[in-house]
Design a protein around this ligand. Structure first.
Ligand code: G4P
Length: 532
């Protein structure tokens, strides 16, 4: 065990690094905006609502920057609250949903799941939740839009439990729903916080009192009685909060509120800061790497090209996992064995960059990367380590891309290789096909547009695209050559190799994949590939 570095240890204890997972429209942007308001990064929230239809296909935060004329990073938002340093990582959603969304979760210590009270758990939330469950990332739930008529609060808890298989443990309970929503009650003390007005744009003022003393004209007496009854019921029959179970991902603490009216957001933020785990030791090929040692270590979880069209470069985003980062430090890049001086490390703010002098575990730094870093690479000081690989998730969209101009075939191949390295796209090849064309796979359909756009703009190679009738990939994790030779591959499915040479199968539907698995118990398939 390395000696504890007291400066690193102090900084680790005040770091909270998390991502928000949600289905489009649940309120991720609105909640983010309100958190920025409390973090002192915005004077007044609001004003970007109402222009949704005009939003460009880009990060919500970039849009936020554009609309508000402020500088927030498109990858991480950092603010201080109550002596905590909060790093909120952007999980691209909506149209730009991609593998980056998943990888960002792997770089987070906790996820906040925003659910619309009326809609409950929706599909995209469920997908993202599965990644958290896989990586044992603790999840805190924020049930949003309580100011709108929705489901009953007990029903939404039930929805979380049945769809996600995780126990929901309320931390507060709303006083009224829809037009009657006027406060939240702490579950452990039964203290009610009644909000004064519906300003929404600013911090709202709350009067605190025991639940038994609440008497508000905004709420009917029977609604008040219902709140008391529900809280009593959960207190006697519900699950109690257990820190260890939360950290193992078995239970999710639940907060209720309304991001739009700002009711309950501050209570959520305070509760979140208490619950969100601080950065901890991460697994590597040589065992857990101690977070509060002085030797620096981190891994690349995202590579973004052309953040600044004037520079035409790529930025590798690195999550610090141990020790202290200092500008100009020389690090080891274990994959290549090279020593690299980190001269150009930045906080990246959309188009702008600010040089970073020091950073600690939980922080994200952007390294201007002329091609030396790959996704999943570790860089470190001291003993060489390699952090656990980034998982590769099954694509849901498949297509064949053809170079329109055969004389540009070389550039096409080089460009595609580069984009694969960045993790912008996955590729599969049918080893038995006459024409060895690459089948591209993407988690979000927009990834194809991005790849085509970049091949054209950066490599001057226009392409044509033909979509393929597959909807999922399964990696073959266990089989013998005989099993595979004798396997009855369903009509429309294909055995392929991915860009790393791993065997996989492409299926037209989940039904086909399940059928194949049932019929071939000796062949084990996985929806995730765990090597980089
Ligand atoms: P997203 O990033 O998860 O996609 O959601 P976003 O915050 O953009 O919110 C989606 C819609 O839901 C927006 O309305 C927003 O104003 C509304 N909303 C968010 N939180 C709350 C809440 O607590 N209560 C209520 N009543 N509404 C909420 P929109 O009309 O679709 O967009 P806009 O025209 O207001 O921009």
């Amino acid at each position: 065990m390395s000696p504890i570095d007291p400066v690193v240890d102090r900084e680790v204890k005040r770091r909270r690094t998390f991502a928000i997972i949600s289905h489009p429209d649940a309120g991720k942007t609105t909640l983010t905006e309100k958190l920025l308001l409390y973090g002192g990064m915005l004077e007044v929230a609001g004003a970007i609502r109402g222009r949704k239809s005009q939003r460009a296909v880009t990060s919500d935060w970039m849009e936020l920057e554009r609309q508000r004329g402020i500088s927030v990073s498109s990858t991480v938002l950092t603010f201080d609250f109550d002596d905590c340093r909060v790093n909120l990582l952007d999980t691209p959603g909506h149209h730009d949903f991609s593998e980056d969304t998943y990888r960002t979760l792997v770089a987070s210590d906790c996820a906040v799941m925003v659910i619309d009270l009326a809609k409950g758990v929706e599909t995209q939330t469920e997908k993202l939740f599965r990644v958290c469950a896989l990586r044992k990332i603790p999840v805190i739930t924020f049930v949003n839009k309580v100011d709108r008529p929705g489901q009953q609060t007990l029903d939404v808890l039930n929805d979380v439990e049945t769809k996600l298989g995780i126990e929901a443990v309320p931390q507060n309970w709303p006083l009224g729903i829809g037009g009657e929503f006027c406060g939240v009650v702490d579950f452990d003390t039964f203290t009610a916080h009644v909000f004064d007005d519906k300003q929404g744009e600013r911090r709202v003022v709350a009067r605190s009192m025991p639940l038994s003393e609440v008497n508000d004209e905004r709420m009917r007496p029977e609604m008040l009685q219902q709140t008391r009854d529900e809280m009593e019921l959960i207190h006697t029959a519900g699950t109690t909060f257990d820190e260890a179970r939360f950290r193992r991902g078995e239970i999710t603490p639940v907060f209720f509120g309304s991001a739009l009216t700002n009711f309950g957001v501050e209570h959520f933020l305070r509760g979140f800061l208490k619950l969100c785990p601080t950065p901890s030791d991460r697994n590597s090929d040589v065992g857990p790497v101690q977070v509060n040692r002085s030797d620096f270590a981190g891994f690349v979880f995202k590579i973004q090209a052309n953040l600044d069209p004037r520079h035409r470069d790529r930025v590798a985003f690195l999550r610090i996992c141990a020790g202290k980062f200092e500008r100009e430090m020389e690090v080891l890049h274990p994959r290549t064995g090279k020593r690299i001086k980190l001269k150009r490390a930045h906080k990246v703010f959309g188009q702008d960059r600010e040089t970073m002098d020091e950073a600690f575990p939980g922080d994200i730094i952007g390294l201007v990367n002329p091609g030396e870093f790959h996704l999943g690479d570790t860089i470190c000081i001291g003993e060489p380590v390699q952090f656990e690989s980034l998982p590769q998730f099954s694509p849901e969209h498949f297509a064949v891309l053809r170079c329109r101009d055969t004389s540009r075939r070389k550039q096409f191949t080089r460009g595609l290789e580069q984009l694969i390295e960045e993790g912008a796209i996955q590729t599969f090849v049918d080893p038995h096909a006459m024409q060895r064309e690459s089948i591209l796979g993407a988690v979000g359909a927009l990834q194809f547009d991005v790849v085509r756009f970049r091949l054209e703009s950066e490599y001057n190679t226009p392409t044509d695209i033909t979509s393929m009738p597959f909807s999922l990939a399964r990696w073959i994790v266990q089989s013998t050559p005989e099993d595979l030779r004798e396997a009855r591959v369903p009509y429309g499915a294909k055995v392929v190799r991915d860009q790393l040479g791993c065997l996989a199968m492409l299926f037209a539907s989940p039904w086909d994949a399940n059928y194949f698995e049932r019929e071939h118990p000796k062949i084990k398939l996985s929806s995730i590939r765990e090597t980089v």
